[in-house]
Write a protein that binds this ligand. Structure first.
Ligand SMILES: [Zn+2]
Length: 286
């Protein structure tokens, strides 16, 4: 669903408005004081980022231990950065944040890094027809050779449901002993899975999956409903996004970008605006 920039500015015009939103997001409409146990209201203490019980003075700090904690950046800037991340298709670079927020590059970089934590993949398990494949990122040269010959590239291992969600993990290699535990963790046993003929996938039937193979080596790309084109599409979008927005990503940070991109993919038809989902995550990840 759309959340326009005008709606955003109307809803979060000041630091106080942002803090109130965080309070509600974190404590709901809290009625009972955790300390004096009375039915109470919590009043904002001006000049401090906290609210206190009208009877006993017990304090609630909505920002404590969130990604906004111990930051000198105004909440309006944080919220605006969140808004940019939530509406962007391809992510937001630190350079772009620096320009939009009028802060230093260092601050922008830190904000971007913190916001990316909100995109972490959840533990949901795939159960619909699932395509499985890997792709290689970074390094020099355009080859997409698997295993040997791809030493300077970082493998990303992916699983995507048809018309469903994607899971993608940066791995050290694509050997069977590396990828099989990831499949077991993320794809329910008995699920119909589709791969190409790459060796590490050949034991999927033995593992308890209904395994269909497409013979890419024999130039076969679709056979009936057997293909890995959904995942191929995901990889090429992800590569375009990384090249276009971030230019290069070090292996150390690649998982964060993969998570961010997967999150957008998984919420592509969400009714709730991504901004609201991310704001809710800010207080979930404490
Ligand atoms: Zn109280």
């Amino acid at each position: 669903m759309k959340f326009t920039i005008n709606e955003f500015h109307k809803k979060y015009p000041t630091d106080d408005a942002c803090l109130d939103a965080l309070f509600v997001s974190r404590y709901g409409d809290i009625k009972k004081c955790p300390q004096c146990k009375k039915e109470t209201t919590f009043n904002r203490i001006k000049s401090r980022k906290c609210y206190c019980c009208q009877f006993c003075g017990f304090q609630l700090h909505p920002v404590a231990n969130t990604i906004f904690h111990k930051s000198d950046t105004p909440l309006t800037s944080w919220f605006y950065a969140l808004y940019l991340f939530s509406t962007s298709k391809n992510g937001v670079s630190a350079k772009e944040l620096e320009r939009q927020l009028g802060c230093t590059y260092k601050t922008a970089w830190r904000i971007a890094k913190q916001i990316r934590l909100l995109f972490e993949q959840n533990k949901e398990v795939l159960t619909k027809i699932t395509e499985i494949d890997e792709s290689y990122f970074g390094g020099k040269g355009g080859n997409n050779k698997r295993g040997r010959g791809s030493e300077n590239k970082t493998p990303v291992f992916g699983m995507v449901e048809r018309k469903g969600i994607v899971k993608a993990k940066v791995t050290v290699d694509t050997k069977r002993k590396t990828v099989m535990p990831i499949i077991r963790e993320h794809v329910k046993l008995g699920t119909e899975v589709m791969t190409d003929e790459y060796l590490p996938y050949r034991s999927l039937a033995k593992e308890g999956y209904v395994h269909q193979t497409i013979a890419h080596g024999a130039k076969e790309y679709v056979r009936g409903n057997v293909h890995v084109n959904t995942l191929e599409g995901f990889w090429s979008q992800l590569k375009r996004s990384i090249n276009g927005t971030y230019h290069a990503v070090s292996p150390k940070y690649l998982q964060l970008y993969v998570d961010e991109f997967s999150y957008r993919y998984n919420h592509r038809s969400s009714f709730e605006p991504i901004f609201s989902l991310l704001l809710a995550r800010v207080v979930q990840l404490i």
